[in-house]
Design a binder for this molecule. Structure first.
Ligand SMILES: Nc1nc2c(c(=O)[nH]1)N[C@H]1C(S)=C(S)[C@@H](COP(=O)(O)O)O[C@H]1N2
Ligand SMILES: [Mo]
Length: 388
């Protein structure tokens, strides 16, 4: 059985672990809240730990190692569907145009000199939890940039504009209706969605300059939206008068779900967009006979988290670290005596402020979904107690 001695937050900082350096800038409030002491004890490994080997280049979060509320920059998972462009700051600018009164081009310096805006945001790939081994495509980081809405105001959207397209610098070959073409990564939003004051054009994460893998020099951060909406290596923002139907809006990242209407099946295809309430049991620790289940919950305003052992009654978990906003995750924990020695299952379920409950995997909302995106069903993990 493998043991892990957890360091307290202060010990980490004193020892100067470079991965956690960014955290020291976060201010005392969160530092006190994190309470690393709550993770003291030895780690009890999951009996059904997934094989994540095939996913190594994605740098997935390892739930059993989770010990910082803000994910250190070097630990952020990374997804790129095309090439990973390496962009020189002096060869780059952002063009904002299309159906606007006053098209503008910005250098990075010009964007940096605009008023700064920050958000701690839990970014989850919409494919997370959709297939085996892909359960750590989520991170919680502090993003710094400038308001998208204020830039859209400055260019002046014409009355005919209905759609805002965010163009990335990365591209790849696509076959579309018999045509082989080279297409850039792009996502879009309605003007109303894009004018949300929480959306930021970001050039820094956790006080580090945006790493290349995460979109240097500029990316969109769209709190409340799945990862795919957060366009990296941003090069253009374009206002159009038709809905945009690019690959990542209308072919990929499309959820297919069967809905029953008066006993008839209706097949609903929808573009992945806003996040859904989600939670996972992250790890279990054992200290002096007490098992503690630690987990995270995100995707909405988390009102409560419950845990079921062996499919038994739901028991409320305690919140260990609360959200900074509806867009950041919470950490929670639940103490347990370990039951009878042997194998047990642990399932978590989060409920949001609107009363939406994270669905069971058997819930038609999950069970009748044919595609793997938006898999926010309850996660059950297995553990063996009594042999420590
Ligand atoms: N330009 C561009 N932006 C992109 C992508 C991409 O392939 N190209 N992938 C998206 C997807 S699917 C996800 S999950 C997030 C991942 O962000 P991260 O790599 O910073 O973790 O970036 C999004 N932004
Ligand atoms: Mo993604």
């Amino acid at each position: 059985m493998y043991n892990q001695d957890y360091l307290t937050r202060r010990e980490w900082l004193v020892r100067g672990g470079s991965a956690v350096l960014g955290l020291s800038l976060l201010g005392c409030e969160i530092e006190e809240q994190v309470g690393f002491n709550s993770t003291e004890g030895s780690l009890v490994p999951w009996a059904n730990a997934p094989d994540t080997g095939a996913m190594s280049q994605v740098n997935l979060l390892e739930w059993e190692q989770l010990d910082s509320w803000v994910t250190p920059t070097s630990d952020l998972f990374q997804v790129g569907h095309y090439n990973r462009p390496v962009i020189q700051e002096n060869e780059w600018n952002l063009e904002v145009g299309g159906l606007v009164e006053n098209p503008l081009t910005f250098t990075l310096e010009e964007l940096r000199s605009r008023p700064q805006q920050e958000e701690i945001f839990t970014l989850e790939c919409a494919g997370n939890r959709g297939f085996s081994g892909f359960i750590g495509a989520v991170h919680n980081a502090r993003w710094t940039g400038t308001s998208l809405a204020s830039i859209l105001q400055d260019v002046g959207i014409k009355d005919s504009g209905i759609e805002v397209v965010f163009w990335g610098s990365d591209s790849g070959e696509e076959e579309i209706r018999g045509n082989k073409i080279v297409q850039h990564f792009a996502r879009s939003m309605s003007i109303q969605d894009a004018m949300d004051p929480n959306l930021i054009l970001c050039y820094a994460v956790n006080d580090d300059p945006l790493p290349n893998a995460h979109g240097f020099p500029l990316r969109l951060i769209a709190p409340g939206w799945y990862g795919v909406a957060n366009v990296k290596w941003l090069k253009g923002i374009e206002i159009r008068d038709t809905r945009f139907m690019g690959r990542f809006m209308a072919r990929d990242y499309v959820t297919l779900r069967e809905e029953k209407v008066d006993n008839e099946s209706v097949w609903m295809e929808s573009s992945v967009g806003r996040t859904r309430i989600n939670s996972v049991p992250a790890k279990v620790t054992l200290l002096e006979g007490n098992y503690r289940v630690h987990g995270a919950a995100w995707g909405s305003s988390v009102a409560s988290v419950d845990v079921s052992v062996d499919g038994g009654p739901w028991r409320p978990a305690e919140i260990s670290v609360s959200q900074d906003s509806p867009y950041s995750w919470t950490f929670w924990h639940m103490d347990w005596d370990g039951g009878s020695p042997g194998e047990h299952t642990i399932t978590s379920r989060a409920t949001d402020a609107g009363g939406r409950v994270q669905p069971a995997t058997a819930d038609p909302f999950i069970a009748l979904k044919k595609t793997y995106w938006e898999s926010n069903g309850q996660l059950t993990r297995r553990i063996v107690t009594g042999d420590q």
